[in-house]
Ligand binder design. Structure first.
Ligand SMILES: [Zn+2]
Length: 566
């Protein structure tokens, strides 16, 4: 799950804690005959699947490794056995089990030359300590930027629906933009961007994309721990290693040539050299009237070689075809990949098994597939999408959403599962982030009827909504969310849930110790899957098209295709 390690904290708050109610909890009473069917989810099957996927034999399930070959073969075999049909790429009029996902892999070779030039004097920058520039994701074999002008652009946000524009028509072509992280109203806590909670405008991915749209040569984000929600170490670790992206038709539309972060201290001194005060400028940037500032007598230069190549990974796709509206699709998704083989831990273990993250979600997907294949035939089609390369930046899901096998306009919803709790049960559940939608409302109602209260994400400022595989769908308007197991355990309450969470974050998350345990009961998952089945079944047997909340930044995109939905 989540590419940035810091997200572990709040994410795992729900990941580890527990799931749903005990066996005494009754399924929701629903009138419709099809919706009334609630299958049993066998904890033993879930456990066996997680055990296999997380075994050393699968080598940590790294994309484009022998671990992928084993994982993909196993998931296909399980999906077949569960009664699903292949739902992947069309070949000679027939569906395959997979969708090939070409991925660009890029790494900076050697030490990059990076420098500001202020008033004729070069200030060399050290990669990793003062600045963290990532390998370019446009397939370039080298980067050479010579004395590009530098422009401070506030939060780098252009949000017409909020009447907000940090750029005010400034020409960024061939220039380096410097921006702040998070939303303009993060610090004040009140404003046009949901206060403390982060909108997509606050995410670094958005800021890079906006800079690319404006033709900037590069974008440098000023790191500050609170608004970023993680420290510099995370920025350094996530940017200075090998980078991956989906292969795009026009990468320069998404990525400026140079993408990176600078330390706050460096930004302060940089602005000072131009006679500007960082804190004052930040205050201005929190106001609608803010105008970009060109830094006087300041330029930026960069020069480095890049090792880049294209590898191919695969999404695995199973399907149950709808009896009445086969071209309308409800999607369940979960990523199969994990970190593969890497640096050894203290015990010398090098295999990152990824049992919780995300063998659990993959097992859940297989079992939901079994339930739909054996239950009453749904009116709409249901897709079981097991995506690759989540750990490399949500890439398998991004690829599917950018090249959908079934049209997004008639995709009803995406329900994502990432790092579910193998213990539980819990009395609550949550979603990552706090984006509102009618889909989420429906989920809340069904969960409540099954004894699960909804708990809002306690850290919406960390932008978890943008860090899971449902996001590629959300960004393109499809209502979507990621189910997070609850943290208020039936046995031991919040205290026990929080204790388990801390244990997971500290000792297991993204470490070789994320391994299957014989003590795992899978009681919570077994119950929660009943709720998720009911949600998908209700959508698949209705004419409902849930939409985003009226204030959502994704609603306009969804509404633009309203004509395609009957
Ligand atoms: Zn992960």
């Amino acid at each position: 799950m989540k590419t940035l390690l810091a997200s572990a904290i709040a994410v795992a708050l729900f990941s580890v804690a527990g799931c749903a109610a005990n066996s005494a909890t009754k399924p929701a009473a629903v009138s419709d005959a099809k919706s009334a069917y609630v299958p049993k989810f066998d904890p033993k099957l879930l456990s066996a699947e997680v055990k296999t996927l997380a075994s050393d034999e699968f080598e940590g399930r790294g994309p484009a490794t022998p671990g992928e070959t084993k994982t993909v073969a196993y998931v296909i075999e399980q999906m077949k056995g569960a009664g699903l049909q292949p739902g992947g790429e069309l070949k000679d009029g027939k569906r395959e089990w997979t969708q090939p996902v070409p991925l660009l892999r890029a790494a900076i070779t050697g030490t990059p030359k990076l420098a500001f030039n202020i008033g004729g004097k070069a200030k060399k920058l050290t990669q990793g300590s003062e600045i963290s520039v990532r390998a370019p994701l446009d397939g370039a074999k080298s980067v050479a930027i010579t004395k590009a002008p530098v422009v401070f652009c506030g939060y780098g946000v252009s949000a017409p629906e909020r009447n907000w524009d940090d750029f005010k028509g400034v020409d960024l072509k061939g220039k380096i933009a410097v921006v702040l992280i998070n939303d303009p109203d993060f610090e004040t806590g009140v404003g046009d961007f949901g206060g403390k909670a982060m909108t997509y405008y606050g995410r670094w991915t958005y800021k890079y994309e906006e800079a690319a749209r404006r033709g900037a040569a590069g974008l440098l984000i000023v790191h500050e721990t609170d608004p970023a929600s993680y420290g510099w170490a995370t920025v350094k670790n996530s940017n200075t290693n090998t980078m991956f992206d989906v292969v795009r038709d026009d990468p320069s539309a998404t990525h400026p040539k140079l993408e990176g972060w600078i330390q706050r201290d460096l930004a302060v001194s940089l602005l000072k050299s131009s006679g500007l005060d960082f804190d004052k400028l930040k205050k201005l940037a929190q106001m609608r009237e803010f105008k970009p500032v060109v830094l006087k007598h300041t330029t930026f230069s960069a020069s480095y070689q890049v090792d880049s190549s294209v590898i191919t990974s695969r999404n695995v796709v199973g399907r149950v075809e709808g009896a009445k509206h086969p071209d309308e699709t409800v999607i369940y998704s979960a990523h199969w990949d994990h970190l593969g083989v890497g640096e050894p831990d203290a015990k010398g273990d090098r295999i990152y098994n990824g049992a919780v993250d995300n063998a659990t979600g993959t097992a859940a997907l297989i079992e939901l597939g079994r339930a739909f294949a054996h239950g009453p035939k749904p009116e709409r089609s249901v897709l079981f999408l097991n995506v690759t390369a989540e750990e490399k930046g949500l890439l398998g899901s991004e690829y599917y959403a950018s090249k959908p096998l079934y049209p997004l306009a008639t995709t009803v919803a995406d329900i994502n599962m990432d790092a579910l709790d193998p213990m539980g049960p819990a009395k609550n559940w949550s979603q990552s982030g706090n984006a509102g939608s009618e889909l989420l409302d429906e989920a809340k109602t069904l969960a409540q009827a099954n004894g699960l209260a909804f708990t809002v994400d306690p850290h919406p400022e960390a932008g978890h909504f943008f860090r899971s595989d449902h996001f590629g769908f959300a960004k393109r308007g499809v209502p979507a969310f990621s189910w997070e197991s609850g943290n208020d355990l039936v046995d031991g309450g919040l205290e026990a849930g929080e204790k388990a969470r801390k244990e997971y974050v500290t000792n297991r998350y993204h470490q070789p110790a994320d391994q299957w345990e014989p003590t795992w009961t899978f009681a919570g998952m077994s119950h929660d899957l009943g709720v998720l089945y009911q949600l998908g079944s209700k959508l698949a047997n209705s004419r409902q098209w849930p939409n985003w909340a009226s204030d959502s930044e994704f609603r306009a995109t969804r509404d633009a295709t309203a004509g395609d939905r009957k």
